[in-house]
Ligand binder design. Structure first.
Ligand code: SAM
Length: 292
């Protein structure tokens, strides 16, 4: 077993050797605690036949733990300055491929087909760059990749919104956008002290496991998300008022919205945050003929 990259001493050595300076704009907060890394990887339940996709390997702190626990690791890194560093730090591992790319622009499906053709079980495991947490998750979900799920670090506030249940103040269109595809839970809360440099916000690791089938069957998925986004624009307003303001640029007919709410058995005076994903599904289907 090699010396961990993620100790404060070794991380400093590596950064000094390469004269590396952190770019805040790329969300570069590196992990410097091997225990946290072991914990993160344990939540992914990898086997020696699994594959791991990583977003943003940095200097390889998490990557090497994945390399030890999985058959194959593919890591997407946007910062060219890190490529020679990773080549050096990950040289002991022959099961890691680094792809120099912005994950938001990458054809991840093609990369999986090329680098993991024989792997059945694939997890995304990452300490995400916080400035693009939601776009990254939505892209990887919308790409319909052959993956089991995600174990990912993000800012705690976003983790709370993603995993929120109806009736809480964190519950909103992001909770529904993610929970439509996956079960979502907070796996661990992570203190600032395990990062270099320390971020300004608290962090959490969440685990998302993709549903075999969505929790609600709808006519039009995109329209479900149009309805949920509209329903939360002003959280204090009723579902009826939000839909009236949000659908068809405020020109939607009042009677059509009321009829759809009635057809879906939803009281127009309720607020969006009280509706379950199943209720939003019924509502979206009832609104669909008028507004999609
Ligand atoms: N995995 C390392 C660790 O835990 O120490 C680094 C995590 S750091 C929070 C985020 C990493 O994502 C950085 O290496 C950064 O350069 C990279 N990154 C930022 N934006 C990216 C993007 N759009 N696509 C791929 N990598 C990105």
């Amino acid at each position: 077993m090699y010396k961990d990259i993620a100790t404060p001493v070794r991380t400093k050595e590596i950064l000094e050797k390469y004269g590396f300076s952190f770019k805040k704009s790329l969300g570069q907060n590196f992990l410097i605690d091997p225990n946290i890394l072991r914990n993160i990887v344990s939540h992914a339940h990898l086997t020696e036949n699994s594959g791991a996709i990583e977003v943003g390997p940095g200097i390889g702190a998490l990557t090497e733990h994945l390399a030890r626990g999985a058959k194959k690791v593919v890591s997407f890194e946007i910062d060219q300055r890190l490529l020679p560093v990773l080549e050096d730090t990950l040289s002991p591992y022959d099961n890691v491929s680094i792809v120099h790319s912005d994950i938001l622009k990458a054809d991840v499906e093609a990369v999986i087909a090329e680098k993991m053709p024989d792997i059945q079980d694939i997890m995304v495991v990452a300490n995400l760059p916080y400035y693009v947490t939601t776009p990254i998750l939505m892209k990887l979900l919308n790409d319909r990749l052959p993956i089991r799920g995600f174990v990912v670090m993000m800012q705690k506030e976003v983790a709370d919104r993603i995993t929120a249940k109806p009736g809480t103040k964190e519950y909103g269109s992001l909770s529904i956008a993610i929970q439509y595809y996956c079960t979502a839970e907070v796996a661990m809360i992570v203190p600032k002290t395990v990062f270099m440099p320390q971020p300004n916000v608290d962090s959490a690791v969440i685990r998302l496991i993709k549903h075999e089938t969505p929790p609600v069957d709808v006519i039009d998925e995109d329209f479900l998300f149009v309805v949920t986004r509209a329903s939360f624009v002003q959280r204090r307003k009723t579902i009826f008022n939000n839909l009236q303001a949000g659908l068809q640029n405020g020109k939607a007919k009042k009677e059509d919205i009321l009829a759809a709410l009635e057809a879906a058995s939803i009281d127009p005076k309720r607020r969006g945050e009280t509706l379950s994903i199943q209720e939003f599904g019924r509502l979206a289907d009832a609104l669909h003929p008028h507004f999609a």
